[in-house]
Design a protein around this ligand. Sequence first.
Ligand code: RIB
Ligand code: CA
Length: 328
Amino acid sequence: MPPTRVIIDTDPGIDDTLALILAFASPELKVEAITTVAGNVPVAQAARNVCLLLELVDPHPRPPVAIGAAHPLTRPLRTAEGYHGEDGLGELSRFRTEAGVLRYPEPQQRLASQSAPALIAEIIGGAPGEIVVICIGPLTNLAMAIQAAPTQMAKVKEIVIMGGAIHVPGNVTPGAEFNLYTDPDAARLVFTSGLPITLVPLDVTERVMLTVELIDAVVRHIGNRMTRFVRDTTERLFGVEHGRMGRTATPLHDPLAVGVVIDPSLVTRRPFHVEMETGDGPAQGMTIADRRQIREEWKRPPNLQVCTEVDAGRFIALFLERICRLPV
Ligand code: RIB
Ligand code: CA
C-alpha cells in the first residue's frame, strides 16, 4: 500500500516536534510539506524550530517548509512560551556536548517562497483526493487556504485536526482547548466548510501520556541523537507539568493526530455536529457538540468525525517504537 501523502501544519511546540518525529519515522506516511502557523510561539520561531528538527532528522527528500499566519484571523496572538519554553522547544540552548558547544545549534533556514496557505492549496489542488492535512496548531492557515482557494481545497482527502474538548474540560480555559481557542474564527470557518474533517480532541489526547520513566527507558534502550532529543526537549516540560498538574507525564496531543493517520484503528470516531463559540465571553473557543439523545432528524447534520475513544497503550507503544527507529 503506498504511503499516505500528508501536509503537517504546525506551531512547534514540544509536542509538535514529537509529532513530526513520529511522522518521519513512519513508512505509512510521506510528508509532502510542513507549514508553520503562529500559536505556541510566533510564526518565525515556529519555522526556525521546524528547520532545527529537520537538521536533526535529515529526511530524504527534505519537504518544503513554508511560513504562514503571524496572528489569528481577527484576534491578537497569545503564545505559550510559559509551557513550551522561550524557544518553544524546552529551552534547548541549555544543552552542550562534551566539547562544550551547543548540542542543538542555530539551524540553517531554507524556506519555501510560497506562503503556507498558498502551498497547502497548491499541493492539494495538484493531487486531487490524495492529500491529508494534519493540523496541530491553530487553524489560521487552513482557514486562509479555504478562503483563498476553495476549489483546490475541496480536493483534499481528509483534514485531521488536533483540537477541541467535547466531554472534558479545556486546557487553556475551563472550557476551551488551546489550538481552537487561539483562533476560534478560523476554526468556525473550517468547521462550516463542508470538508471531510476528523477532530482529535482533548478527550483522547489527554489519555495518551508520555512519562519521564518511559523516556528514560527508551534512552537507556536506544541512546541515540533522536531519543536524546526527545529527552532534552521534554525535560523542562515535566517540571512545568508537575508544577501545574502535579504529574510527571505530558499528553501526546499532536503525536496522536499523526497516529490517527498512521493507523486509523487506534481511535473510535463518531459523527457530531460541532459548533465553535467565537464570542468574547468565558466560553470563547469552546467546541459545542450536539450530544442530545434525540432522533437524528431533529439535529443539524454532522460536520465532523470526532475521535471519542483511543487505544492508548497501543498508541504509546507505536510512538516509542517509531522514535527509536530513526537512523540517527
Ligand atoms: O491543546 C494542545 C495543543 O495546543 C497542541 O497542539 C499543543 O502543541 C498546543 O499547540
Ligand atoms: Ca501544536
